[in-house]
Design a binder for this molecule. Structure first.
Ligand code: CP
Ligand code: NVA
Length: 312
């Protein structure tokens, strides 16, 4: 049997194929329960500490509501108010918080910070977005694709845009589920070569093809899913005009969707900028599943919380 109690959720590459399958199945079960109005207080009396160094709509609200729905409690912790903002070491913060809460969720620019936090925490640490990974997002995306298309194995997802956190996590989830993932990014915005190599290595277990293709129209040909993200990620605001210029040829528009499969889904982690990385016609059109993705963040995170937090 799968037992994830006490396990951190840092990159997804640290989970086995079976563990990911388990989380996706659990998320679907919890979603069904919630839809039927059943109450499942698995985490009654449990607390989640949530540290946000950056803005968030979906992640914050879905984690907080998820804990409430499971009978527990979530604390929103801003570094502006925590002593960490005045220089208290991560080591001390991680140790002390572990004495109060049952799990810690962190959104911070530096992936290194989350790894360091996890080293010192004695409760599970969940990565809620770093410059390198967005594992909760990729799991919600896999759940959404499964709902819309059935089995993930053999499908092809093409990510068009900045090859950073979301792209990395999509490669990871593809490698673990057997879904082919192609990343199409301009020069200077390519995926990290180490993450790419690790995803390709792990894909051997499922047969997924993980690749890069610089030409978005070549990449998108026949795709089952076209995915994009913002041109300017958090922390890069001062490079916005350069990013817009460099990524312009990678806009997801009607022409690009036309080369994908006629039943292709359009996906975006949100927040989106209409008529920048995606045209209004595409994101507001019939192929778009962006709100389903956002909803599934709630169900997937409940599955993660219920699995990693120790309870009887
Ligand atoms: N997709 C996502 O993580 O959204 P937020 O930044 O609003 O949490
Ligand atoms: N790549 C984006 C994702 C936001 C959910 C960012 O890092 O800002």
């Amino acid at each position: 049997a799968i037992n994830l109690t006490g396990k951190h959720m840092l990159t997804l590459l640290d989970y086995t194929v079976e563990e990911i399958d388990f989380l996706l199945t659990k998320a679907s079960e919890l979603k069904l329960e919630t839809q039927k109005g059943e109450v499942n207080e698995l985490l009654r009396g449990k607390s989640l500490g949530m540290i946000f160094e950056n803005a968030s709509t979906r992640t914050r609200v879905s984690f907080e509501v998820g804990m409430t729905q499971l009978g527990g409690h979530a604390l929103f912790l801003s570094p502006k108010d925590l002593q960490i903002g005045r220089g208290e070491p991560i080591k001390d913060t991680a140790n002390v918080l572990s004495r109060y809460v049952d799990a810690i969720m962190i959104r911070t620019n530096s992936h290194q910070t989350v790894e360091e936090f996890a080293t010192h925490a004695t409760v599970p640490v969940i990565n809620a977005l770093t410059d390198a990974y967005h594992p909760c997002q990729a799991l919600a995306d896999a759940m959404t694709i499964k709902e819309k298309k059935g089995d993930l194995k053999g499908l092809t997802l093409v990510y068009v845009g900045d090859g950073n956190n979301v792209a990395h996590s999509l490669m990871a989830v593809g490698a673990k589920t057997g879904m082919n993932v192609t990343i199409s990014s301009p020069k200077g915005y390519e995926v990290d070569s180490n993450v790419f190599a690790r995803a390709k290595e792990q894909a051997k277990g499922t047969g997924a093809i993980i690749q890069v293709e610089q030409d978005p129209f070549v990449a998108a040909k026949g795709a089952d899913i076209i995915y994009t993200d913002v041109w300017t990620s958090m922390g890069y605001e001062n490079e916005q005009s350069k990013h817009s210029q460099d990524l312009k040829p990678y806009q997801v528009n009607e022409e690009l969707m036309a080369v994908a499969d006629s039943k292709a889904l359009f996906m975006h982690c949100l927040p989106a900028h209409r008529d920048e990385e995606v045209t209004s016609g595409v994101i507001d059109g019939a192929q778009s599943v962006v709100y389903d993705q956002a909803e599934n963040r709630l169900h997937v995170q409940k599955a993660i919380l219920a699995s990693v937090i120790s309870h009887n």
